[in-house]
Design a binder for this molecule. Structure first.
Ligand code: ADP
Ligand code: MG
Length: 321
Protein backbone atom coordinates (compact mmCIF):
# COMPACT_ATOMS: atom_id res chain seq x y z
CA UNK A 1 0.00 0.00 0.00
CA UNK A 2 1.46 3.39 -1.00
CA UNK A 3 0.69 6.88 0.39
CA UNK A 4 -2.17 7.54 -2.02
CA UNK A 5 -3.85 4.18 -1.41
CA UNK A 6 -3.49 4.77 2.32
CA UNK A 7 -5.20 8.18 2.09
CA UNK A 8 -7.95 6.71 -0.11
CA UNK A 9 -8.60 3.74 2.08
CA UNK A 10 -8.41 5.18 5.59
CA UNK A 11 -9.30 8.82 5.09
CA UNK A 12 -11.07 9.68 1.81
CA UNK A 13 -13.42 6.70 2.16
CA UNK A 14 -13.80 6.93 5.95
CA UNK A 15 -17.23 7.72 7.37
CA UNK A 16 -16.04 11.11 8.64
CA UNK A 17 -15.11 12.31 5.15
CA UNK A 18 -18.56 11.69 3.64
CA UNK A 19 -20.99 14.55 3.07
CA UNK A 20 -21.12 17.43 5.48
CA UNK A 21 -22.96 20.71 5.02
CA UNK A 22 -21.00 23.72 3.80
CA UNK A 23 -18.39 21.62 2.01
CA UNK A 24 -18.63 22.02 -1.77
CA UNK A 25 -15.27 20.24 -2.17
CA UNK A 26 -13.67 17.79 0.29
CA UNK A 27 -10.56 15.58 0.12
CA UNK A 28 -8.82 15.05 -3.22
CA UNK A 29 -7.81 18.36 -4.76
CA UNK A 30 -5.02 20.75 -3.73
CA UNK A 31 -7.38 22.46 -1.28
CA UNK A 32 -10.81 21.72 0.11
CA UNK A 33 -13.49 24.41 -0.22
CA UNK A 34 -15.49 25.46 2.81
CA UNK A 35 -18.61 27.61 2.66
CA UNK A 36 -18.75 30.07 5.58
CA UNK A 37 -22.46 30.81 6.27
CA UNK A 38 -23.45 34.46 5.67
CA UNK A 39 -23.00 36.65 8.75
CA UNK A 40 -20.39 34.35 10.30
CA UNK A 41 -16.66 34.29 10.87
CA UNK A 42 -14.59 31.15 10.44
CA UNK A 43 -13.17 30.05 13.83
CA UNK A 44 -9.93 28.07 13.42
CA UNK A 45 -7.88 26.10 15.93
CA UNK A 46 -5.09 23.48 15.80
CA UNK A 47 -4.03 20.79 18.27
CA UNK A 48 -1.24 18.22 18.06
CA UNK A 49 -0.73 14.91 19.83
CA UNK A 50 2.84 13.61 19.79
CA UNK A 51 3.75 10.04 20.71
CA UNK A 52 5.81 9.91 23.89
CA UNK A 53 4.71 13.43 24.88
CA UNK A 54 0.90 13.33 24.88
CA UNK A 55 0.31 9.59 24.77
CA UNK A 56 2.27 6.34 25.11
CA UNK A 57 3.33 4.83 21.81
CA UNK A 58 1.23 1.69 22.35
CA UNK A 59 -2.03 3.61 23.04
CA UNK A 60 -5.19 2.12 21.50
CA UNK A 61 -5.56 3.71 18.03
CA UNK A 62 -9.37 3.93 18.17
CA UNK A 63 -9.12 6.02 21.35
CA UNK A 64 -6.35 8.19 19.89
CA UNK A 65 -8.54 8.95 16.88
CA UNK A 66 -11.41 9.99 19.14
CA UNK A 67 -9.24 12.06 21.44
CA UNK A 68 -7.22 14.01 18.87
CA UNK A 69 -10.44 15.27 17.33
CA UNK A 70 -12.28 15.86 20.62
CA UNK A 71 -9.58 18.11 22.10
CA UNK A 72 -9.54 20.21 18.94
CA UNK A 73 -13.35 20.49 18.70
CA UNK A 74 -13.41 21.53 22.36
CA UNK A 75 -11.81 24.83 21.28
CA UNK A 76 -14.72 25.41 18.90
CA UNK A 77 -17.12 24.76 21.79
CA UNK A 78 -15.27 27.31 23.93
CA UNK A 79 -15.84 29.96 21.23
CA UNK A 80 -19.50 29.05 20.72
CA UNK A 81 -18.71 27.93 17.16
CA UNK A 82 -20.69 25.43 15.08
CA UNK A 83 -18.30 22.80 13.67
CA UNK A 84 -17.84 22.84 9.88
CA UNK A 85 -14.79 20.80 8.91
CA UNK A 86 -11.36 19.59 9.98
CA UNK A 87 -8.03 18.58 8.49
CA UNK A 88 -5.69 15.88 9.76
CA UNK A 89 -1.91 15.92 9.37
CA UNK A 90 -0.59 12.53 10.42
CA UNK A 91 2.99 11.27 10.67
CA UNK A 92 3.38 7.49 10.76
CA UNK A 93 6.41 5.31 11.36
CA UNK A 94 5.08 2.64 9.01
CA UNK A 95 1.84 1.56 7.36
CA UNK A 96 0.16 -0.60 10.00
CA UNK A 97 -3.20 -1.49 8.48
CA UNK A 98 -5.08 -2.62 11.63
CA UNK A 99 -3.76 0.44 13.50
CA UNK A 100 -4.92 2.80 10.72
CA UNK A 101 -8.29 1.08 10.49
CA UNK A 102 -8.96 1.49 14.22
CA UNK A 103 -7.64 5.08 14.23
CA UNK A 104 -9.89 6.01 11.32
CA UNK A 105 -12.90 4.43 13.05
CA UNK A 106 -12.21 6.36 16.27
CA UNK A 107 -11.83 9.57 14.30
CA UNK A 108 -15.12 8.90 12.49
CA UNK A 109 -16.97 8.12 15.71
CA UNK A 110 -15.99 11.47 17.25
CA UNK A 111 -16.60 13.30 13.96
CA UNK A 112 -20.16 11.99 13.82
CA UNK A 113 -20.69 12.83 17.48
CA UNK A 114 -19.61 16.43 16.84
CA UNK A 115 -21.14 16.75 13.34
CA UNK A 116 -17.85 17.74 11.72
CA UNK A 117 -16.37 16.41 8.47
CA UNK A 118 -12.80 15.53 7.46
CA UNK A 119 -11.96 17.75 4.46
CA UNK A 120 -8.23 17.24 3.93
CA UNK A 121 -4.86 16.67 5.48
CA UNK A 122 -1.34 15.49 4.97
CA UNK A 123 0.34 12.12 5.42
CA UNK A 124 4.04 11.79 6.11
CA UNK A 125 6.55 9.28 7.47
CA UNK A 126 8.32 9.86 10.77
CA UNK A 127 7.78 9.52 14.55
CA UNK A 128 4.06 9.00 15.29
CA UNK A 129 2.22 12.32 15.66
CA UNK A 130 -1.07 13.84 14.56
CA UNK A 131 -2.32 17.39 14.17
CA UNK A 132 -5.97 18.31 13.74
CA UNK A 133 -7.12 21.73 12.55
CA UNK A 134 -10.79 22.44 13.13
CA UNK A 135 -12.92 25.09 11.47
CA UNK A 136 -16.27 26.33 12.69
CA UNK A 137 -18.74 29.17 12.21
CA UNK A 138 -19.42 31.92 14.75
CA UNK A 139 -21.90 34.75 14.20
CA UNK A 140 -20.14 38.06 13.53
CA UNK A 141 -22.40 39.92 15.99
CA UNK A 142 -21.60 37.73 19.03
CA UNK A 143 -18.37 36.45 20.45
CA UNK A 144 -17.25 34.28 23.33
CA UNK A 145 -13.69 35.34 24.12
CA UNK A 146 -11.41 35.13 27.17
CA UNK A 147 -11.43 38.88 27.50
CA UNK A 148 -14.95 39.99 28.41
CA UNK A 149 -15.38 39.02 32.10
CA UNK A 150 -17.17 41.76 34.08
CA UNK A 151 -16.82 42.54 37.77
CA UNK A 152 -19.85 41.02 39.55
CA UNK A 153 -20.31 38.12 37.09
CA UNK A 154 -20.50 34.56 38.35
CA UNK A 155 -17.70 32.11 37.50
CA UNK A 156 -19.02 28.70 36.41
CA UNK A 157 -17.75 25.36 35.15
CA UNK A 158 -19.71 23.05 32.85
CA UNK A 159 -19.22 19.86 34.87
CA UNK A 160 -17.11 17.79 37.26
CA UNK A 161 -13.33 18.04 37.04
CA UNK A 162 -10.27 15.95 37.73
CA UNK A 163 -11.13 12.62 36.07
CA UNK A 164 -8.73 12.94 33.14
CA UNK A 165 -5.85 13.93 35.42
CA UNK A 166 -6.63 11.06 37.77
CA UNK A 167 -6.63 8.70 34.78
CA UNK A 168 -3.12 9.65 33.72
CA UNK A 169 -1.21 7.16 35.93
CA UNK A 170 -3.36 4.38 34.43
CA UNK A 171 -2.90 5.66 30.87
CA UNK A 172 0.86 5.74 31.43
CA UNK A 173 0.84 2.32 33.10
CA UNK A 174 2.44 3.79 36.23
CA UNK A 175 0.09 2.04 38.67
CA UNK A 176 -1.27 -1.48 38.84
CA UNK A 177 -4.78 -1.71 37.41
CA UNK A 178 -6.21 -3.27 40.58
CA UNK A 179 -5.43 -0.33 42.92
CA UNK A 180 -8.89 1.20 42.36
CA UNK A 181 -12.31 -0.37 41.71
CA UNK A 182 -12.67 -1.41 38.06
CA UNK A 183 -15.77 0.71 37.51
CA UNK A 184 -14.12 3.90 38.81
CA UNK A 185 -11.08 3.21 36.66
CA UNK A 186 -13.26 2.81 33.56
CA UNK A 187 -14.90 6.15 34.24
CA UNK A 188 -11.52 7.85 34.62
CA UNK A 189 -10.18 6.33 31.42
CA UNK A 190 -13.34 7.29 29.53
CA UNK A 191 -12.91 10.91 30.68
CA UNK A 192 -9.30 10.89 29.48
CA UNK A 193 -9.79 9.18 26.13
CA UNK A 194 -13.21 10.46 25.16
CA UNK A 195 -13.60 14.08 26.25
CA UNK A 196 -17.02 15.49 25.37
CA UNK A 197 -16.68 18.86 23.63
CA UNK A 198 -19.32 21.15 25.20
CA UNK A 199 -20.68 22.33 21.86
CA UNK A 200 -24.31 22.84 22.87
CA UNK A 201 -23.41 24.78 25.98
CA UNK A 202 -20.89 26.92 24.09
CA UNK A 203 -23.50 27.93 21.54
CA UNK A 204 -26.05 28.66 24.26
CA UNK A 205 -23.52 30.91 26.01
CA UNK A 206 -22.97 33.04 22.87
CA UNK A 207 -24.31 36.51 23.55
CA UNK A 208 -24.88 35.62 27.23
CA UNK A 209 -21.56 34.67 28.85
CA UNK A 210 -19.00 37.47 29.13
CA UNK A 211 -15.91 35.21 28.81
CA UNK A 212 -15.21 31.50 28.31
CA UNK A 213 -12.52 28.93 27.59
CA UNK A 214 -12.13 25.18 27.71
CA UNK A 215 -10.11 23.74 30.59
CA UNK A 216 -7.16 21.94 29.03
CA UNK A 217 -4.31 22.86 31.38
CA UNK A 218 -6.14 22.85 34.74
CA UNK A 219 -8.87 25.00 36.29
CA UNK A 220 -6.60 27.43 38.14
CA UNK A 221 -4.18 27.93 35.27
CA UNK A 222 -6.96 28.39 32.71
CA UNK A 223 -8.95 30.76 34.91
CA UNK A 224 -5.71 32.73 35.08
CA UNK A 225 -6.01 33.25 31.31
CA UNK A 226 -9.52 34.72 31.68
CA UNK A 227 -8.38 36.95 34.56
CA UNK A 228 -5.41 38.26 32.58
CA UNK A 229 -7.27 38.78 29.30
CA UNK A 230 -10.22 40.45 31.05
CA UNK A 231 -8.07 42.48 33.49
CA UNK A 232 -10.09 41.27 36.49
CA UNK A 233 -9.62 38.93 39.46
CA UNK A 234 -11.38 35.56 39.66
CA UNK A 235 -12.24 34.29 43.12
CA UNK A 236 -12.84 30.55 43.34
CA UNK A 237 -14.46 29.02 46.41
CA UNK A 238 -12.59 25.75 46.82
CA UNK A 239 -15.56 23.93 48.38
CA UNK A 240 -17.73 24.65 45.32
CA UNK A 241 -15.34 23.12 42.76
CA UNK A 242 -17.08 19.96 41.49
CA UNK A 243 -14.86 16.87 41.67
CA UNK A 244 -15.74 13.90 39.44
CA UNK A 245 -17.17 11.04 41.55
CA UNK A 246 -14.70 8.48 40.21
CA UNK A 247 -11.78 10.68 41.32
CA UNK A 248 -13.04 10.64 44.90
CA UNK A 249 -12.95 6.83 44.78
CA UNK A 250 -9.30 6.60 43.73
CA UNK A 251 -7.46 7.92 46.74
CA UNK A 252 -7.19 10.73 49.26
CA UNK A 253 -9.39 13.84 49.21
CA UNK A 254 -6.34 16.09 48.91
CA UNK A 255 -5.19 14.29 45.74
CA UNK A 256 -8.72 14.44 44.33
CA UNK A 257 -8.90 18.18 44.93
CA UNK A 258 -5.48 18.64 43.36
CA UNK A 259 -6.67 16.79 40.22
CA UNK A 260 -9.76 19.01 39.99
CA UNK A 261 -7.88 22.29 40.56
CA UNK A 262 -4.68 21.70 38.64
CA UNK A 263 -5.07 18.60 36.49
CA UNK A 264 -5.81 19.27 32.84
CA UNK A 265 -7.47 17.41 29.99
CA UNK A 266 -11.09 17.45 31.18
CA UNK A 267 -12.18 19.85 28.43
CA UNK A 268 -15.05 21.24 30.47
CA UNK A 269 -15.81 24.93 29.91
CA UNK A 270 -15.08 27.66 32.47
CA UNK A 271 -17.06 30.86 31.88
CA UNK A 272 -18.23 34.08 33.47
CA UNK A 273 -21.84 35.16 33.20
CA UNK A 274 -24.28 37.62 34.76
CA UNK A 275 -26.31 36.07 37.61
CA UNK A 276 -29.57 36.87 35.78
CA UNK A 277 -28.91 33.96 33.38
CA UNK A 278 -28.24 31.39 36.10
CA UNK A 279 -31.71 29.89 36.42
CA UNK A 280 -32.17 29.32 32.70
CA UNK A 281 -28.60 28.06 32.41
CA UNK A 282 -28.84 25.44 35.15
CA UNK A 283 -32.27 24.34 34.01
CA UNK A 284 -30.91 23.52 30.57
CA UNK A 285 -27.42 22.35 31.60
CA UNK A 286 -27.81 20.58 34.91
CA UNK A 287 -24.10 19.80 35.42
CA UNK A 288 -23.14 23.51 35.41
CA UNK A 289 -21.83 24.70 38.78
CA UNK A 290 -21.12 28.16 40.09
CA UNK A 291 -17.63 28.09 41.63
CA UNK A 292 -16.95 31.75 42.30
CA UNK A 293 -17.17 35.26 40.99
CA UNK A 294 -15.40 38.05 39.16
CA UNK A 295 -14.03 40.96 41.19
CA UNK A 296 -11.80 43.96 40.63
CA UNK A 297 -8.08 43.19 40.75
CA UNK A 298 -5.96 40.59 39.02
CA UNK A 299 -5.12 36.90 39.11
CA UNK A 300 -6.94 33.91 40.54
CA UNK A 301 -7.66 33.56 44.24
CA UNK A 302 -8.65 30.29 45.81
CA UNK A 303 -10.79 30.82 48.91
CA UNK A 304 -11.54 28.56 51.88
CA UNK A 305 -14.99 28.36 53.49
CA UNK A 306 -14.19 31.41 55.64
CA UNK A 307 -13.35 33.43 52.52
CA UNK A 308 -9.62 33.39 53.28
CA UNK A 309 -7.10 33.06 50.47
CA UNK A 310 -5.46 29.61 50.11
CA UNK A 311 -1.92 29.35 48.76
CA UNK A 312 -1.66 26.93 45.87
CA UNK A 313 1.77 25.92 44.66
CA UNK A 314 1.02 23.82 41.62
CA UNK A 315 -1.00 25.58 38.95
CA UNK A 316 -1.13 23.53 35.80
CA UNK A 317 0.74 21.87 32.97
CA UNK A 318 3.07 23.81 30.69
CA UNK A 319 5.41 22.52 27.99
CA UNK A 320 8.95 24.03 28.11
CA UNK A 321 8.74 24.64 31.86
P1 ADP B 1 -0.57 17.84 -2.00
O1 ADP B 1 0.65 17.15 -2.49
O2 ADP B 1 -1.24 18.73 -2.98
O3 ADP B 1 -0.38 18.47 -0.64
P2 ADP B 1 -1.42 15.30 -0.99
O4 ADP B 1 -0.91 14.28 -1.95
O5 ADP B 1 -0.66 15.52 0.27
O6 ADP B 1 -1.65 16.67 -1.79
O7 ADP B 1 -2.92 14.94 -0.58
C1 ADP B 1 -3.88 14.61 -1.57
C2 ADP B 1 -5.24 14.87 -1.02
O8 ADP B 1 -5.44 14.01 0.12
C3 ADP B 1 -5.46 16.29 -0.52
O9 ADP B 1 -6.79 16.65 -0.79
C4 ADP B 1 -5.22 16.18 0.97
O10 ADP B 1 -5.97 17.17 1.67
C5 ADP B 1 -5.73 14.78 1.26
N1 ADP B 1 -5.06 14.16 2.43
C6 ADP B 1 -3.76 13.80 2.57
N2 ADP B 1 -3.54 13.22 3.77
C7 ADP B 1 -4.72 13.21 4.40
C8 ADP B 1 -5.16 12.76 5.69
N3 ADP B 1 -4.32 12.21 6.56
N4 ADP B 1 -6.46 12.93 6.00
C9 ADP B 1 -7.30 13.49 5.12
N5 ADP B 1 -6.98 13.92 3.92
C10 ADP B 1 -5.69 13.79 3.55
MG1 MG C 1 0.85 17.07 0.90
Amino acid sequence: MNEFELIQHFFTRSACAQGGENIPLGIGDDCALLQIPTGHYCAVSTDSLVSGVHFPKDSPPFLLGQRVLAVAVSDLAAMGAKPLGFTLAITLEQIDTPWLQAFSEGLSAMAQHCAIALIGGDTTRGPLAMTVTVMGAVPTHHSLLRSGAQVGDLLCVSGPLGAAAAALPFVLGQVAADTVPAEAQQQLLAAYWTPQPQLELGRWLLGKASAALDISDGLLADCGHIAKASKVALQIEQARVPIAAAVLRTGGDADALQCALSGGDDYQLAFTIAASYLEALQQRFTAVQVIGRVSAGQGVQLLDSAGQSIKCAHLGYQHFQ
